[in-house]
Design a protein around this ligand. Structure first.
Ligand code: SPV
Ligand code: MG
Length: 443
């Protein structure tokens, strides 16, 4: 038997536990609680924000606010914080006689959680009570509203800063269309104990240009780049980091900052180059020119002065290692840009080995523990997220992989159709029509 409580009338009461992962209490939750109260003392676990975000239900309230919200419900006897998605710790601690849950165990991940609960209850005779999931137009409406709230500019913009507080490293994937946005929004990998998904999206100048068949030389104008952002925003909720190239003329950059903020973009990264910008991965072969520290600081200061919200970030990208100017130059620029108001530093390299990037991060962290560091491991792609965390990196950007994956896949199918004069041979490489229709949810 689990731990027990004695009611005011001297009756021994059993304990029933449920975990809530919600920002809002609706009829469905109340049904679960009313059912729970029939079995005994109702203990509700509030899932922490860092765990809740793994579920694709990014919290619009803090863990503390959600605890308060549950405490206010009369029928609830006790509220605790559940710190992991799996129930091992919580069941180990409170040994409930029952766990109660809706019967909506949708998908592989929820099934794992169910198995986890049953296996923990079984050894001591605890039981899982499954109540039928409440479906109503009102609940559907509330769920939709919560999701739409996440997409609103004020909320989305602030979300990058929140994610940085909640996770050791912000995993960011390149997107360049509504469809790639959906992949960033929905892709999950499930293992025994947890789920992993992307935390943020990167609108890359390279991929945004390449997807339009154009070179990455600031040729695709800002209006078109904003259109890509808008397309992505229409179908996603995750925060966006925008590749602002050089930021253009300072007189133009201040307008860009305002527009990005207003749209709900969380951060812009601008690089310290002048003249005709070429992609960094060309390195010194492309004859690119680095801006002087003074002029780049001036652009950063102007951007920060133009900014109206508290949460938008202007991140300075140091190109010294790309342009072979050495570690000392990279570090002195990084500190100067930070002092000019940059909210973070991106350090880039095109070496195969991550050594120079990790060395930069270590040296930067010797005197600055707080300013966010961003890296883009396109060339040094063997480095792991854990290694980056150990060297003080806050945001990792997988800057071009989706586009590079799509091109060979499309080319292969295009060739197959030409070769066989029909589509059948390409079928094994294709998503079914059913899957593609199901991918796009109807509103
Ligand atoms: C981009 O994705 O456009 C970047 C990163 O700026 S890199 O291509 O590595 O320069
Ligand atoms: Mg770029």
């Amino acid at each position: 038997m689990g731990s027990y409580f004695v009611s005011k009338r001297g009756r021994i009461m059993k304990t029933i536990y449920t975990c809530f992962c919600t920002d809002i209490i609706h009829e469905g939750h109340m049904n679960i609680l009313r059912e729970a109260a029939k079995y005994g003392r109702v203990v509700v676990g509030v899932l922490t924000s860092s765990q809740m975000m793994l579920y694709n239900r990014f919290p619009t309230k803090t863990t503390e606010e959600r605890v308060e919200m549950i405490c206010d419900i009369d029928i609830v006897d006790e509220v605790i914080v559940q710190k992991a998605i799996m129930y091992d710790d919580v069941i180990g601690e409170i040994h409930p006689d029952y766990v109660i849950h809706g019967d909506n165990w949708n998908g592989e991940w929820m099934q794992r959680i169910r198995r986890n609960i049953v296996s923990l209850l079984e050894p001591y005779g605890g039981k899982l009570i499954e109540v039928s999931f409440t479906k109503s137009p009102e609940i559907t409406r509330i769920d939709r509203l919560m999701e739409q709230k996440l997409a609103m500019p004020e909320f989305r913009r602030h979300r990058l800063r929140r994610v940085m507080e909640l996770t050791p490293i912000v995993k960011t994937i390149e997107v360049h269309s509504g469809l790639t946005g959906l992949i960033a929004e929905r892709t999950q990998v499930v293992d025994e104990k947890s789920i992993t998904q992307y935390d943020a999206m990167w609108i890359s100048s390279l991929c945004d240009s390449t997807a339009k068949g154009k070179p990455d030389i600031e040729l695709v104008d800002m209006t078109s780049r904003f259109h890509t952002i808008d397309e992505v925003m229409e179908v996603t909720t995750k925060p966006i980091i925008f590749d602002g190239d050089t930021g253009g003329l300072t007189e133009h950059f201040v307008y860009t900052v305002r527009t990005l903020e207003r749209m709900g973009v969380s951060a812009v990264i601008i690089e310290d180059k002048i003249g005709l910008k070429k992609n960094s991965l060309y390195g010194t072969e492309a004859g690119q020119t680095q801006a002087s520290i003074e002029e780049f600081c001036e652009k950063l200061r102007a951007g920060k002065n133009a900014q109206l919200s508290d949460d938008f970030m202007i991140i300075a990208r140091v190109e010294s290692l790309i342009l072979e100017q050495g570690m000392e130059d990279a570090l002195s620029r990084a500190f100067a840009y930070r002092d000019a108001g940059a909210d973070g530093i991106m350090i880039h390299s095109r070496q195969k080995s991550p050594d120079e990037i990790l060395k930069f991060c270590d040296k930067f962290r010797e005197s600055d523990k707080d300013t966010p560091l961003v890296v883009v491991p396109s060339s040094f792609n063997t480095v792991t997220e854990d290694e980056l965390v150990a060297h003080g990196v806050n945001i990792v950007i997988y800057a071009n992989q989706l586009l590079r994956a799509a091109f060979p896949a499309m080319q292969k199918v295009a060739k197959s159709i030409l070769k066989y004069h029909r589509g059948a041979e390409a079928d094994d490489d294709l998503m079914s029509i059913g899957e593609i229709l199901g991918l796009i949810e109807q509103l």
